[in-house]
Design a protein around this ligand. Structure first.
Ligand SMILES: Cc1cc2nc3c(=O)[nH]c(=O)nc-3n(C[C@H](O)[C@H](O)[C@H](O)COP(=O)(O)OP(=O)(O)OC[C@H]3O[C@@H](n4cnc5c(N)ncnc54)[C@H](O)[C@@H]3O)c2cc1C
Length: 424
């Protein structure tokens, strides 16, 4: 473990080096990017590749937000079924969005390959597992739809899914061969390395405190100097602060947590032998995966209550491992962490132009590895002349998530109650 208080297991275990660089004095560039997660860094990489000057300012560290804390499931498209996406976005944008985002894992794994990003990448798919009979029907619908679209998915019956995961707890599974897993902090740091290699500048520990229009462009104020740029991209997502009035109100912030065991030995070799990551169909989602050192990770919606060593979340995790894999006996846990997710009312992400030349992509609803990477590329295209009509998602007027603050509190209470109930 490299740090006294790592943000997550991934922060402690990523092989890619962290990059820290303060900013001193004023900077002038083409694109100022706020936020050093997948969105901000992919925007920087793709802008730099297209010959634009790009300066990232990150308030904390690379991957401080969701990007360094997530489960690492590189899933295709959204967790909404393709039909729901088509119904919400219509005949033009619906199929286009499903097509572009269905290829999201390919884009991510191509970048990993091209830049030799060391992030424990596996490309053996992910499994959407049915938590009960209602989940089986949902997966059958999804499988039929993806197959109609020509995508490589397999519907797994109860025996198949038991063999793939190593437990009979799930009723069926949808194996998506496009998908895979990564160490997300490793990927995020690798994106930062790639962006710098392409010519982008990154400053860490530098919070953007104000955005002002100046001439035909913008001035981004920080305590360590300002960035003057033609365009600004906000990649702040669920970690958005008060920088742009009202932006925090376009999503409901919810939490998701993970608890990781110590590395397990050969006694766990039968668990996920193909190393697929698993997420389930439950309303309060549950996930399980292994990392490259054979730790088992389990997680769900909510915050860590206590720590990996003691408290509610540890009890919850021990109960889940015992429920799924009783043959392991008691196991030790060594990391527990949580992060924020930006949920939108219709579970679709947004691209907003908040003011002339000031863009954000936001509201990924817990699907950010592919989404952030793709939106970064799309925003770079937009800033270099892509016709707006050709975007995978329309730029819409800013809309607030009604009752977000109250809903966030209600969800949090429900998630904690769920942890208590499932610890018994
Ligand atoms: C526990 C958890 C599990 C998840 N699991 C998955 C998964 O398995 N697969 C998947 O695809 N997605 C998953 N997600 C979602 C995914 O992590 C996010 O959608 C994604 O990381 C968002 O990336 P981003 O770059 O847009 O924002 P973030 O990574 O959140 O980055 C925003 C950054 O902006 C910075 N910032 C904010 N305000 C300022 C300011 N004023 N000045 C400077 N910097 C600022 C923050 O410090 C932060 O680093 C999960 C999320 C969580 C929390």
């Amino acid at each position: 473990m490299t740090r006294a208080t790592p943000l997550s297991l991934w922060d402690a275990s990523a092989v890619e080096a962290d990059y820290a660089n303060p900013m001193d004095g004023d900077v002038e560039t083409d694109v100022a990017i706020v936020g050093g997660g997948f969105t901000g860094l992919s925007t920087a990489l793709h802008c730099a590749r297209k010959g634009l000057g790009a300066q990232v300012v990150e308030a904390e560290r690379i991957g401080h937000g969701g990007s360094g804390r997530n489960v690492g499931l590189v899933n295709a498209a959204l967790w909404l079924a393709p039909r729901a996406v088509r119904e919400a976005l219509g005949d033009v944008y619906g199929p286009r969005f499903v097509g572009v985002f269905g290829k999201g894992p390919e884009t991510v794994f191509d970048l990993i390959e091209r830049h030799q990003i060391r992030c424990e990448a596996t490309r053996t798919g992910t499994i959407h597992a049915a938590h009960g009979p209602s989940g089986v029907a949902d997966l059958e619908d999804r499988a039929a739809e993806w197959r109609r679209l020509g995508e490589p998915v397999d519907l797994l019956d109860r025996d198949d899914v038991a063999a793939r995961i190593g437990t009979r707890a799930f009723h069926a599974g949808l194996l998506d061969h496009r998908a895979g897993t990564i160490n997300p902090m490793g990927y995020c740091r690798g994106l930062a390395r790639a962006a710098r290699g392409a010519g982008a500048e990154i400053a860490t520990g530098v919070r953007a405190t104000a955005l002002r229009r100046e001439g035909g462009g913008w001035r981004v104020e920080t305590k360590r100097g300002s960035v003057r740029a033609r365009f600004v991209v906000l990649g702040t997502n669920a970690y958005t602060d008060a920088l742009w009035p009202g932006l925090r109100e376009v999503f409901t912030p919810i939490h998701y947590f993970q608890v990781a065991t110590r590395p397990l030995g050969p006694e766990a070799a039968h668990i996920l032998p193909g190393r697929q990551g698993v997420w389930d169909t439950g309303r309060i989602m549950f996930n399980v995966r292994r990392d490259a050192s054979d730790r088992l990770l389990v997680g769900s919606m909510g915050t860590v209550v206590g720590s990996a060593a003691k408290g509610l979340s540890r009890r919850w995790a021990a109960r889940q491992v015992a429920r799924l894999f009783p043959e392991l006996g008691p196991v030790d846990f060594e990391e527990a962490w949580h992060g924020r997710i930006a949920m939108t009312p219709d579970h679709l992400p947004r691209i907003y132009e908040l003011d002339k030349g000031l863009f954000t992509a936001i509201g990924y609803n817990g699907r950010g590895i592919t989404t952030g990477t793709l939106f970064g590329a799309v925003l770079a295209d937009l800033l270099t002349g892509l016709d707006r009509a050709d975007l995978p998602l329309p730029i819409t007027p800013v809309s607030k998530a009604r009752g977000a603050a109250l809903n966030a509190r209600l969800y949090q209470a429900a998630f904690t109650a769920n942890q208590v109930w499932r610890s018994l």
